[in-house]
Design a protein around this ligand. Structure first.
Ligand SMILES: Cc1cc2nc3c(=O)[nH]c(=O)nc-3n(C[C@H](O)[C@H](O)[C@H](O)COP(=O)(O)OP(=O)(O)OC[C@H]3O[C@@H](n4cnc5c(N)ncnc54)[C@H](O)[C@@H]3O)c2cc1C
Length: 811
């Protein structure tokens, strides 16, 4: 074994081998993979091999699409047959809500170039003659996917990797990993050590054990998953003998199972409620090709459902039940990308559809490692979308839930109940008493909306305007006319200080830092290609001290970005203040009057202008007031020591009764921000769009001096932009708004996608934010938007339809 390599991949399942294959393909031939037993002896060997393209996540959709394309060409490249049966894949619908889910999904598929067709029940019957169509309202079909032989696929990728110069060690176990002062890693195995620049962990069910070797709590825990293989059925055998095509994959979403042909019989895989997490403390040391005992009782409701849909299933003898470990994360998507707070350590873990995802995940991770950035927006799978809150107990509850939710309808406003409440702001109980209906983000409970008295304090999810729509409208109107109170404690907060702080931040962000003490600026950290990685609100607190606020859901991502760019000479100190500070927002034309009643600072615009901050006393509590907000009204964010929150809350509520002070939630905030055309990371802002494509001219100053991404952004501009950010007025259906990922058309031709949408209650119209071809971006351009499968007129309008001159913010 050689003692040095550029990169070591740990784990010889399909995911690790694909990572090696892609690293080698990108020219990193000095790459070594270490597998403790035989290739595929973890989860890969027993997978059913299905390759579903369907996924509601943009990132995962792209990954799956790449895989299916790659697998189609592997045999020609490597000579290894991978058993790819491109038989197509039908997903059934028995309710209108399910069809809405498919319609929304079809929008995602169209924007990323995945082919999907809608079928009538009769068409389902033609393709799948053994299925009855009772209760069906429709279906979708992916003609291009199907299933593959997972072990053969892995061997093909291994062959390709070896042919390119990669090395694979089998029967070698990684026992420890340590990092040297020069950032190199030493991977210790039971047969010696390898020193390398980069390590990739692709260890399936062992992820938490591998993480523990470097003190990393990886949010992955497997769940048991079963499928049944039956004896052959004469009718299926007869079909094949007659030369009829193989039955495609069939998914009964509302019965939570998949089915396909297997050697003249059928294979049935359910996603059962009550499937337990497994390997909670890690697999045994000698685990290999392991299956668990079958649990037929758990399968029974799904077998019954399968018999109702495919009556011949009742006649089939059960040949074998496979019950194996399937890696899970709390949201069911894998974790692909850099480990947080570690340099050059990469994760390709948590794959529950790992056969499908391996190709794309290996591809993007190799791009990231070799070139420093992925090429598609990977936020949906980024390991840093979780935080410290994802404890072992949390994972057990959440991963079991994620598994049982694979086939539930993925409503855009869905909030899942397991492991809640977990992180609560001090005002949680007060908000609850005021009618809050909560959602969870990054472990935090946040009021989504408020049920007025007499309205059930429970959510109602839909792809269309739901029961909460009117109440959210009232919250928005109250912010417009009076004053609203919003809990934003979940914000990520940090302080960056020290003699090198200014130079460090100046190089990190594209905007000019606030010059005078107290000033606030909106600043974007670009990646090295000129796309947007992070957005920070930055206040200069003192000459060499800055206060940073960013999205709560992106806390670990943003703070990791800061940490990895921090100079190592000790000249800059980074402090995470997220858990120490609460944030309450007051916004609306009466916000000043309200705040003046509980705060003796001069809050006039002359003394306290927009985009500035001051220390103040609110009620009895010391606080930092920032005159900014995300809703486009006169208002302040009150940042305070967390222990003062309820005192401040009570003081505001006591003072605001006659001013119409009412709480509002995240759903109102989203509507209000869309009326201001405010962008968000993950939708309008992305590494896939140049910062200037996203319309950030006001915040990007290439002439200020060098900053990360500057030259790449200028070169991108030189090459020409493919997109422009626009705001759209939508003449959509009476009961639905754009949800994001809606295809857009001009003269029948696809020219972009909506990134977000909502009803604007202040401007009283449906709105969308979008990225379109630059020649379609002029105000007045007439477009069409796809909303739940129908096209509607949409017109490009000037940015910020509500208060375009920001007069209310400056009032
Ligand atoms: C019953 C069942 C059916 C499934 N069906 C499908 C399907 O139809 N479609 C689909 O896409 N997915 C399916 N899956 C999921 C799929 O099997 C997994 O997502 C996929 O195999 C994950 O691959 P992996 O490489 O991440 O993990 P694994 O295949 O588990 O590989 C990890 C490897 O890392 C090695 N390793 C761990 N620690 C060390 C160490 N310290 N040193 C060296 N080596 C180490 C292990 O030995 C193992 O071989 C199914 C899963 C189950 C259980």
């Amino acid at each position: 074994m050689k003692s040095h390599a550029r990169v070591v991949v740990i784990g010889g399942g399909v995911v690790g081998v694909s990572t090696l294959y892609h690293l080698v393909r990108k020219g990193w031939t000095d790459a070594v993979l270490i597998e403790r037993k035989e290739l595929t002896s973890g989860s890969t060997w027993h997978a059913a091999g299905l390759l579903p393209l369907f996924n509601m996540s943009y990132s995962v959709g792209q990954i799956h699409k790449y895989s299916v394309n790659l697998y189609g060409s592997l045999e020609a490249e490597t000579g290894q047959n991978v058993g790819f049966s491109r038989v197509g894949n039908i997903r059934l619908a028995t309710s209108e809500d399910r069809l809405d889910e498919y319609r929304q999904y079809a929008g995602v598929a169209t924007t990323i170039g995945v082919k999907v067709e809608f079928l009538t029940p009769e068409e389902v019957r033609e393709i799948w003659p053994f299925a009855v169509t009772d209760g069906l309202v429709g279906a979708i079909r992916h003609p291009d996917d199907g299933y593959i032989q997972p072990a053969d696929l892995t061997q093909a990728l291994a062959r390709g990797a070896r042919a390119g110069g990669g090395t694979i060690h089998r029967n070698m176990c990684v026992t420890a990993i340590r990092q040297k002062a020069n950032d190199e890693w030493v991977v210790v195995t039971d047969q010696g050590e390898i020193t390398c620049e980069h390590v990739v962990s692709a260890t399936g069910s062992f992820a938490r054990q591998t993480g523990a070797m470097i003190g990393l709590d990886i949010p992955v825990m497997p769940v048991e998953h079963q499928f049944i293989v039956t004896e052959p059925h004469p009718d299926i055998v007869a079909r094949r003998e007659q030369g009829l095509p193989e039955l495609g994959v069939l998914r009964e979403s509302d019965g939570s199972w998949y089915m396909r042909e297997e050697r003249g019989g059928l294979l049935l895989g359910p996603y059962e409620v009550g499937a337990p997490a497994c390997y909670v403390d890690g697999p045994r040391e000698d685990t290999e090709y392991e299956l668990f005992g079958e649990d037929i009782e758990r399968l029974v409701p799904h077998i019954e459902s399968a018999i109702r849909r495919v009556p011949m299933f009742e006649e089939l003898g059960m040949k074998k039940v496979y019950n194996g470990a399937i890696a899970y994360t709390p949201d069911g998507n894998p974790i692909v990308g850099p480990a947080w707070n570690r340099r050059n350590f990469w994760l390709n873990e948590g794959h529950s559809f790992g056969i499908t995802a391996a190709g794309g995940a290996g591809w993007q991770l190799a791009e990231w490692i070799v070139d420093g950035e992925p090429t598609i927006d990977m936020l949906g799978v980024d390991p840093r979308r979780y935080g410290d809150y994802a404890s072992k107990a949390y994972l057990k509850a959440k991963n079991e839930e994620a598994y049982s939710h694979v086939f539930v309808i993925h409503y855009p406003d869905e909030e899942r109940p397991a492991a809640r409440p977990l992180r609560t702001a001090p005002c949680y109980a007060r908000m609850q008493a005021l009618g809050a209906v909560f959602g969870q983000k990054f472990g935090w409970e946040r009021p989504n909306w408020f049920a007025p008295e007499g309205t059930p304090q429970e959510d109602h999810w839909s792809f269309r305007r739901s029961r909460w729509f009117e109440h959210v409208g009232n919250e928005c109107r109250n912010v417009r006319d009076n004053v609203g109170l919003l809990d934003m404690t979940a914000f990520a907060k940090a302080r960056v200080s020290g003699p090198g702080a200014e130079a460090f931040l100046d190089r990190l962000v594209a905007n000019r830092l606030p010059k005078t003490i107290g000033r606030v600026s909106l600043c974007h950290a670009l990646n090295s290609r000129g796309g947007v990685h992070s957005e920070f609100t930055i206040q200069r607190e003192a000459g060499d001290c800055f206060y940073l606020v960013s999205a709560g859901a992106l806390q670990r991502l943003d703070h990791d970005w800061l940490g990895k760019h921090l100079p190592r000479d000790g000249s800059v100190v980074f402090e995470n203040l997220t858990a120490a500070m609460g944030v309450l927002v007051v916004a609306g034309p009466k916000a000043r009057t309200l705040l003046e009643r509980v705060c003796d600072s001069d809050l006039s615009s002359a003394a306290f202008p927009w985009l500035t901050g001051q220390e103040a006393v609110v009620g009895l509590a010391p606080a930092k007031l920032l005159r900014v907000n995300f809703v486009g009204e006169l208002g302040w964010e009150i940042h305070h020591g967390i222990e003062y929150q309820n005192g401040i809350f009570d003081a505001l509520m006591a003072a605001g009764g006659d001013l119409g002070l009412r709480p509002f939630g995240i759903r109102a905030m989203d509507s209000l921000r869309i009326e201001k055309s405010y962008r968000m990371v993950g939708t309008e802002l992305s590494i896939e769009y140049a910062a200037l494509e996203s319309g950030l001219e006001r915040f990007v100053h290439p002439d200020k001096g060098d900053f990360i991404g500057r030259d790449a952004l200028l070169a991108w501009r030189e090459r020409g932009f493919a997109n422009a950010f626009v705001t759209l007025a939508v003449d959509g259906p009476p009961d639905a708004d754009a949800l994001g990922n809606n295809p857009l058309y001009a003269d029948g031709k696809a020219i972009g996608r909506a990134t977000g949408g909502n009803y604007g209650f202040r401007v009283e119209r449906s709105l969308a934010l979008a990225m379109v071809q630059p020649d379609c971006a002029a105000a007045g351009t007439a477009l069409e938007i796809d909303i739940l499968g129908q096209r509607y007129p949409a017109t490009v309008i000037d940015e910020s339809p509500w208060d375009p001159g920001n007069e209310r913010l400056r009032a």
